[in-house]
Design a protein around this ligand. Structure first.
Ligand code: SF4
Length: 346
């Protein structure tokens, strides 16, 4: 049973007052908290009435993460939370492919997507038809897809990976011919990491990118290092190879937070979506951020109002619908990820 927090304007302000990201565009005054607290409390009551759970990706706005979210994390962690929950309805405040992953693993639950902008530059960069064509060009390669793909694309690939397990899984796969999709920059980082580990594999990759992470460049990073020599630079493997090579730590969203939790440094430059910077400011108030972050318009299209709408009057486009054959194909792909994670550890 989840505990429902009832916020007063003051308690909400206490929770959100340290957040200042996106050049001040995301900041919470007492007045703003007084305006949104009643809607937050209304959503929390609706959740109980409908036996719903709200899963929130770290890139979604802070008032959703801390106001109404039951679980927060990256897509992999949230999908596991979805499996463990006994709720009838899953509201997945993130993007569609993440809601699809929750549906693949929870076929008997209703999964609703409140985000009004339907897309993701990375997941939308490749279709199932394109994967089929690539497989005909590379018939002996193992097709490895990032979790940031649609259910149809997952169903056409052999094994799924996340940014936290991609290196260990690719190293563990028996085949020395790998086709990685859809992220070009992660594919290049994968090649570099295999080289560093002394793993000899032919790694081909597709040309998709995440528009949020590809924006960072190494010149900006070096300028900030000169200004803040004590700051630790933390980046995501969807950033380009120069940026990753010049970072103090590269990891998935959850791994980045874990690094900052353990790291003694007090200043960080975070080369990822602004939502994670807001989590840092809320959860580690003794640490500070330098430089700026980038917003994902798809993630930020989740709002308190759209969450209330999916709980009270969901429209057909809010539901995740996957045909059963595709769902089973995608499920097999995700199960292969669990298989290789276990094998990599043994
Ligand atoms: S940050 Fe936005 S565009 Fe980039 S992979 Fe995530 S959802 Fe897609």
């Amino acid at each position: 049973m989840l505990t429902i927090t009832k916020y007063t304007p003051d308690s909400l302000y206490e929770k959100l007052k340290n957040i200042k990201v996106a050049s001040g565009a995301c900041q919470f005054s007492r007045k703003k908290c007084a305006e949104i607290a009643p809607l937050i409390n209304e959503i929390n009551e609706l959740k109980t009435q409908k036996n719903a759970v709200i899963l929130v990706h770290s890139y979604v706005s802070p008032e959703i993460i801390y106001g109404v979210g039951d679980f927060v994390g990256d897509s992999y962690k949230l999908s596991k939370n979805a499996v463990e929950s006994d709720a009838d309805i899953i509201v997945f405040a993130a993007v569609r492919f993440m809601g699809e992953t929750a549906q693949i693993l929870n076929p008997d639950k209703k999964v609703l997507i409140p985000g009004e902008l339907d897309g993701c530059t990375l997941a939308d960069s490749i279709t199932a038809e394109q994967v089929k064509r690539l497989r005909s060009y590379y018939p002996t390669h193992t097709f490895v897809c990032y979790i940031n793909t649609t259910a149809e694309v997952k169903a056409e690939c052999d094994v799924c990976v996340t940014s936290s397990n991609v290196y260990d899984i690719v190293e563990t796969i028996e085949n020395d011919k790998i086709y990685f999709l859809p992220d070009k920059l992660m594919g290049q980082n994968l090649q570099n990491e295999m080289h560093r580990r002394g793993v000899k594999k032919d790694i081909q990759y597709y040309g998709g990118t995440c528009y949020v992470h590809e924006e960072y460049d190494v010149e900006d990073l070096q300028k900030i290092r000169l200004e803040y020599p004590e700051a630790k630079v933390v980046s995501h493997p969807e950033c380009n190879t120069d940026v990753c090579e010049n970072s103090d730590y590269v990891g998935s969203t959850e791994q980045m937070l874990d690094y900052m939790r353990k790291e003694e440094a007090k200043q960080f430059l975070m080369l990822t979506e602004c939502g994670l910077s807001a989590r840092l400011q809320t959860e580690f108030p003794d640490k500070s951020l330098v430089g700026s972050c980038t917003l994902c318009k798809y993630m930020k299209s989740n709002t308190l109002e759209s969450i209330k709408q999916v709980l009270t009057d969901p429209q057909p486009h809010h539901y995740v619908n996957i045909d059963e054959a595709t769902r089973q194909g995608a499920q097999k792909n995700i199960e292969m990820m669990f298989h290789y994670v276990a094998k990599a550890k043994s």
